[in-house]
Design a protein around this ligand. Structure first.
Ligand SMILES: C[S@@+](CC[C@H](N)C(=O)[O-])C[C@H]1O[C@@H](n2cnc3c(N)ncnc32)[C@H](O)[C@@H]1O
Length: 301
């Protein structure tokens, strides 16, 4: 467990956003990173971009670089804290992909997940069973666990699962009922279906499926296929919390993919709510693809 850290060491701020990049403060560190969704938006505070800790250049496939090198500036204990009803912390690290171990644009959604999952548990008098697919470093897992749910955390990458588990320990949630599994999400879901398992909620946040327009049809099939499995695993009354971070897949197309999945799964699904990227990640009206993160929340009958 990490020692206590002050708010200024753990808090996050999006300082500016534009010209394909974002300027963010993670605790005491200010980073200038690429951000495809910031295309088509002009920087609104150009003067802030001169005083940064580090800048990332290169592709997000893993072989870009930070200037200066992280070893010269990366704090030994560096983390992102969500201080809500169900608080947790995610350890940060400057990675060669330009990522730092958290997608801060999800933070409002983690708060929402924690609040929404706490309510039915109080009514049911038992812990909810939650499946979190493509679970990355554990934001949604820890939000659900901190709210009292039993969680199954699935990510294909063992090192990412290890990091999520470390984040649970940093957050004081190591003893919570969380199963940590490194496996392909589709394979895991098919096996759970064979075993007759059912969940009260399935959360899924796959990587970007559509990078270019020519990938759109395949991306929509991908969203349909994984959501079909998720819907089949929900008990009647269960919640689907399904994200897409493909800017090219707008709400209408995403809803259509989910509708196709519900029809094929033979489940009635009502949309209760839409989730979004944090409101500081503004979208230019002329660049709708900037609205990349969207989440549909539905209840199955
Ligand atoms: C966009 S990240 C998820 C972001 C995360 N939910 C959050 O907001 O913090 C996508 C994750 O999906 C994982 N992933 C990619 N393909 C997968 C697959 N076939 N099965 C399970 N996980 C997969 C990656 O390892 C990565 O951790």
């Amino acid at each position: 467990m990490m020692g206590p850290m002050s708010d200024s060491e753990t808090s996050y701020e999006l300082l500016d956003f534009g010209d394909g990049r974002k300027l963010e403060r993670f605790g005491t560190v200010v980073l200038n990173r690429p951000c495809p969704a910031a295309e088509g938006v002009e920087k609104s505070r150009p003067e802030l971009w001169d005083t940064i800790t580090a800048r990332f250049r290169g592709p997000r496939t893993g072989d870009g670089s930070w200037t200066p090198q992280p070893k010269t500036w990366m704090p030994e204990e560096w983390c992102f804290a969500l201080e809500v009803d169900a608080p947790f912390r995610l350890k940060l690290e400057a990675l060669p992909s330009g990522q730092v171990g958290v997608f801060p644009e999800q933070r409002g959604n983690w708060e929402w997940i924690a609040r929404q999952l706490a309510k039915p548990q109080a009514m049911l008098g038992r812990a909810l069973k939650v499946l979190n697919l493509f679970a990355y470093t554990g934001g949604s897992t820890l939000a659900a666990a901190a709210a009292g749910a039993e969680v199954v955390h699935i990510d294909a990458a063992q090192n990412i699962v290890d990091r999520a588990r470390e984040n649970a320990a940093f957050s004081g949630l190591a003893e919570r009922p969380i199963r940590w599994i490194a496996e392909d999400a589709m394979k895991f879901c098919r096996r759970e279906l064979k075993r007759g398992k059912q969940y009260d909620a399935v959360i899924l946040d796959p990587p970007k499926f559509a990078d270019a327009r020519r990938h759109l049809d395949a991306a929509l099939r991908g969203y349909k296929d994984i959501n079909l499995l998720a819907l089949k695993l929900l008990r009647p009354g269960g919640l689907l919390i399904s994200f897409s971070c493909s800017g090219l897949v707008g709400r209408d197309l995403f809803q259509k993919a989910i509708a196709d999945a519900a029809v094929d799964a033979g489940r009635h699904l009502r949309i209760l709510h839409w989730l979004d990227q944090a409101s500081d990640h503004a979208v230019a009206v002329t660049f709708p693809e900037g609205s990349y993160l969207k989440g549909i929340v539905g209840r199955v009958e």
